[in-house]
Design a binder for this molecule. Structure first.
Ligand SMILES: Cc1ncc(COP(=O)(O)O)c(C=O)c1O
Length: 405
């Protein structure tokens, strides 16, 4: 039988497939932006479960929605619809460009649906030759074989045999490289409106607008992967809203459920109609528990006070990180948008992001990395300002330890 003595990090290596290398700490409880581990040690959470916990841990609105739905109905599958799914879909369509929603369980599945829809749309509307997908180097779209191949890091998609075909990679923020690949054979251009895993890279306005125009010229769909940027992360409900263009298909997951697994692919009626009955599906997509929690998360975040708060809190982070850098000179740049922030390590600390993450953990602070040389922060969108200050103080301790080592 398991108890706290036997359920430990060593057990992970014994019973888990070895595709992850989690920290030695096992958190057991969270409240807001504070987390406690098995030993009762407290941490401030600047990681947010990789941009998922948009309202921190155990936010009352989410806990109540989950408990309330738990007493009603848990699962029906797609042979029947359910009230939370319908309400959530209505909220999403009322607040975005989209008219239609397809629910999935994760970011990858939402992107899988988007890619299949783009291919099906092109086949129906333009014929069999329009199959090419353009995505971006360093992009990340999930780990199913289609999405990981569309992602721009061959290291993640190599080693599994023949890949899905007709996928090409341009350079982010380089419109010429998109022009060189796009043609009337392109069915979709797939991009993150801020590359997250690839290093917290914001697009220029000209680039995003140029990609939109190229898609229009070549009758290609523009697919925005907002799995990491969506639901308030950048200070807009969706990042496209701050970029002055509208995609044709958008995917959203992570923060959509605030910690309960859910994803969605959203689009217009004209495009959606090509996913006819039986063309695509999922047993769990639109599950009542997930949709009830997501409805609470979406509505709580979609509030001008919360969204403006993201911008104010982002400034606290940027100012705080710049102040740390003025003392210790470890970063070459602090970048990102809203509460998706990357602190880029300078020449001297290249490849050492993991060291900063580990040092922060020792000081009681949970952070993330984005690649080997960027420390990433994706905290709760409603993290109290005092937790930001305390967390930055802990981060400064961690930086000091590394610099003085
Ligand atoms: C932009 C983007 N798309 C897709 C995914 C994959 O989402 P999931 O892990 O829920 O499948 C991620 C995850 O990090 C992501 O950042």
């Amino acid at each position: 039988m398991s108890n706290q003595n036997t359920v430990n990090r060593e057990l992970f290596d014994e019973v888990m497939v070895p595709n992850y290398s989690p920290s030695a700490v096992i958190p057991v409880r969270g409240e807001g932006s504070r987390v406690w581990d098995q030993e009762g040690r407290e941490y401030i959470d600047f990681a947010g479960g990789i941009a998922v916990n948009c309202l921190g841990h155990c936010h009352p609105a989410l806990v109540n929605a989950l408990k309330d739905q738990a007493d009603k109905i848990w699962h029906l599958s797609n042979v029947m619809t359910n009230e939370p799914a319908l309400r959530l879909a209505k909220n999403i369509t009322d607040n975005t460009f989209a008219d239609k929603v397809y629910f999935a369980n994760s970011g990858a599945e939402s992107n899988e649906a988007a890619l299949k829809l783009a291919r099906r749309w092109a086949l129906d509307v333009h014929g069999a030759d329009k199959t090419q997908i353009i995505a971006f180097k360093q992009g990340f779209h999930g780990r199913t074989f289609f999405t990981v191949t569309v992602g721009g890091q061959a290291a993640y998609s190599d080693g599994f045999g023949p890949k899905p075909g007709d996928i090409f990679h341009a350079e982010y923020n380089n419109l010429e490289s998109v022009k060189a690949l796009i043609s009337d054979k392109t069915c979709a251009v797939v991009m993150e409106p801020l590359q997250g895993e690839g290093g917290i890279v914001s697009p220029t306005d000209e680039f995003v607008q140029g990609v939109r125009e190229l898609c229009n010229e070549h009758n290609a769909l523009l697919v925005f992967d907002e799995v990491q940027t969506g639901v308030g992360r950048t200070g807009d409900l969706y990042a496209y809203m701050g970029l002055g263009i509208t995609p044709d298909i958008l995917t959203t997951a992570k923060a959509l459920g605030g910690g309960f697994p859910i994803g969605a692919m959203i689009t217009t009626t004209e495009i959606a109609k090509h996913l006819k009955i039986g063309t695509h599906g999922s047993t769990y997509g639109g599950n009542p528990l997930a949709c009830a929690v997501a409805e609470a998360a979406f509505n709580t975040v979609n509030d001008p006070q919360v969204l403006n708060g993201v911008k104010e809190k982002a400034k606290l982070y940027v100012d705080g990180l710049n102040a740390i850098n003025a003392k210790y000179n470890v970063f070459s740049e602090i970048r990102g948008k809203g509460l998706l922030i990357g602190a880029v390590l300078n020449e001297q600390y290249q490849g050492k992001a993991k060291d900063f993450l580990n040092a922060a953990m020792s000081e009681g602070l949970m952070t993330l990395v984005a690649g080997a040389s960027i420390v990433r922060f994706a905290p709760s969108l409603v993290i109290p300002n005092k937790d930001i200050a305390e967390g930055l103080a802990r981060f400064e301790q961690a930086v000091a330890k590394i610099v003085n080592a």
